[in-house]
Design a protein. Structure first.
Length: 334
């Protein structure tokens, strides 16, 4: 008689405490192998070879590791930017992401950034510290009403739709660009569809990014994209850092005033490295006061979302083990 579990499931990283929540969802017949690392090089081949499924969070997963997943029936992760989907496909291993957690949190975070930059709250706060005479007379101009401004939402999927719904009560005119949504989606959700990204850029006072990164979207707001924005526009990015990967171009647009302000929840390199724009942000330089807001990539987070994220991923794995079905499957989008 043996006490060997029926299945083995690996979890790479991004855990808060022990994997007890996952163990509860996966059940008594699953042995969890917790790697506790984002260093792919530390994933031993023999540990990978015995897994029936793998849950990946912040760690990359490349061809070398995938070659050892000889027993694996599926990989489940938060996103797929660090996953070699082509290698998984060649190995016959399906991949699923975890798109249905944190929707409310990211939408709230984006809305907070939109409203705060539109009302120039951070700039008010930064400049008010230095006022030596007068007080209320120090108004910041231009400053428009919400119902006189246009917000362009790039990507109107789960999170983009949640942002649209939150914007409506404030009276903003809302444009949406998402060629992946079917005709009539704009009527059901309640926004004006633009068929060309250039149209949205030219008309929007605020642009909020909610699209994935792929060959078409990478560098959406590079120097050329930023130049096509309406003068004095505001940019909010709670999606992926690679959508605005050219910090030189972002700095130039902010310095010239062509871009009024930007709020960023995600960068290509994290923690942020050395760059003149980041130095100005860190030093609270006067020219940038309240115009650049950077938060760690925590827009997704709340205590509730952290539980939801882990529980949903574990449910996806359990369904795969029980029925051979992998929900939220993602194919190669390079």
């Amino acid at each position: 008689m043996t006490d060997r579990k029926k299945y083995a499931v690996g979890i790479t990283d991004h855990m808060i405490g022990a994997p007890d929540l996952e163990a509860d969802v996966l059940g008594d017949d699953v042995e969890i192998d917790f790697f506790a690392s984002t260093d792919e090089a530390s994933f031993a081949p023999d540990r990978l070879a015995r897994l029936d499924a793998l849950m990946v969070w912040g760690a990359p997963l490349g061809q070398k590791s995938i070659a050892h997943l000889t027993r694996c029936r599926g990989v489940v992760g938060v996103g797929y930017e660090k996953i070699d989907l082509a290698a998984l496909g060649s190995a016959g291993i399906p991949f699923a992401n975890n798109p249905d957690y944190g929707t409310e949190e990211v939408a709230d975070h984006a809305l907070a950034m939109i409203l705060s930059l539109h009302r120039r709250l951070w700039e008010h706060d930064a400049r008010a510290r230095g006022y030596t005479s007068g007080w209320q007379v120090h108004s910041l101009k231009p400053l428009s009403r919400s119902n006189k401004a246009t917000v362009g939402v790039v990507g109107v999927g789960r999170i983009g739709t949640a942002v649209v719904n939150r914007l409506k009560p404030f009276g903003f005119r809302i444009l949406g660009y998402d060629p992946g949504q079917p005709p009539g989606h704009e009527k059901a959700v309640g926004y004006e569809r633009t068929d060309r990204l250039e149209e949205l850029f030219a008309q929007s006072d605020v642009i909020s990014l909610h699209c994935p990164v792929n060959g078409e979207t990478r560098g959406t707001l590079d120097a050329d994209g930023l130049a096509r924005l309406k003068p004095g526009a505001i940019v909010v990015n709670t999606a992926r850092g690679e959508l605005i990967e050219d910090l030189d171009a972002l700095e130039a647009a902010l310095r010239s005033g062509h871009l009024a302000a930007a709020a960023i929840d995600t960068l290509v390199k994290e923690p942020p490295g050395e760059h003149p724009l980041l130095t100005a942000w860190r030093n609270r330089e006067d020219w940038l006061a309240g115009r650049l807001v950077i938060t760690p990539p925590n827009a997704f987070y709340s205590d509730h979302a952290a539980v939801e994220m882990r529980r949903n991923a574990a449910k996806t794995v359990r369904l795969l083990l029980d029925e051979g079905k992998l929900r939220n499957q993602v194919t190669d989008r390079s």
